[in-house]
Design a protein around this ligand. Structure first.
Ligand SMILES: [Zn+2]
Length: 286
């Protein structure tokens, strides 16, 4: 195999120091080559603030074919129900190029999430046919799980958690209907102690609906189903990052006095992880 060393273009790089006057700007001439690091990667220097860093060969914006704006547009289309084929038609870009960007986006989204989202306390967990992330609870804080009556959850939960560490209750809709509406619901405690009010699946059902509405691969009855699990994982990781940091969640809005603007929040703001709504650009250069 021939190892081709790519010559990096300082014009495509930018200063990643938020305190720098030229932070995030490309092609303004502040970045110059500055030797190589011990792994042979090109080092670059910002003439404005003097900071030295290695080339962004592995970042989302390092793409020799697409502009920064095109990459941001792909990101936006991706979380608004568009599949790779739809993006290809809208932007007239080759599918493989888009797939490469999605792969980079997902890797970056995972890195950002790993860095920012830590030690988020797990209190109540509602489970439905779609699982997202779960974190091991601490000894003094038991996690509470709620699901519908699907028995597979009991074994799935026990495979991942110690029964002594959790509470788990099931909510079963009784199939008696009056004019098409479910009239009865029974709540059963499977283990631990759970109050009736905690055995509910309304939040997770809403959350799954949101994901289904945003991701083309999960829209019901869609022809755009996932043909490859890896791509589905990538798509979900990008969406999760978007949902946590960029997308305003109306259920988290804080109402203020009349005449004042309501405070809109993302899940990360609500958890105190960040103090503002992120932009795509901010997420991608983080
Ligand atoms: Zn700088």
């Amino acid at each position: 195999m021939v190892n081709i060393k790519l010559e990096s273009d300082p014009q495509k790089e930018f200063c990643s120091d938020p305190n720098c006057r030229d932070y995030g700007k490309r092609g303004v001439g502040n970045i110059v080559r500055y030797g190589h690091d011990k792994d042979g990667r090109q080092r670059l220097k910002c003439k404005t603030c003097g900071s030295v860093f290695v080339e962004t060969k592995n970042t989302v914006f390092y793409n020799r074919k697409l502009s920064e704006d095109q990459i941001i547009l792909i990101s936006k289309l991706l979380v608004e129900k568009n599949g790779i084929r739809a993006i290809k038609r809208i932007m007239e870009i080759h599918r493989d190029t888009i797939s490469d960007v999605v792969e980079d986006l997902a890797r970056h989204a995972r890195e950002v999430a790993d860095f920012l989202i830590r030690n988020v306390g797990l209190t109540k967990v509602q489970v439905d046919e779609m699982w997202s992330f779960v974190k091991i609870p601490t000894k003094d804080e038991k996690a509470t799980f709620a699901s519908d009556g699907n028995d597979q959850y009991t074994s799935a939960i026990l495979e991942n958690f110690d029964a002594e560490m959790i509470n788990y209750g099931q909510l079963v809709n009784v199939k008696e209907r009056e004019r098409g509406r479910v009239v009865g619901k029974t709540r059963t405690i499977i283990f631990g102690e759970v109050g009736d009010e905690s055995i509910d699946t309304i939040y997770v059902e809403r959350s799954n609906l949101t994901v289904r509405l945003g991701i083309s691969r999960l829209v019901r009855k869609s022809l755009c189903f996932s043909k490859c699990k890896e791509m589905l994982d990538n798509h979900l990781d990008v969406y999760q990052c978007y949902n946590n940091m960029i997308r305003v969640n109306s259920a988290l809005t804080i109402e203020t006095e009349k005449g004042e603007k309501n405070i809109v929040r993302t899940p990360c703001i609500a958890e105190g992880i960040t103090d503002h709504i992120w932009t795509w650009e901010e997420l991608l250069i983080f």
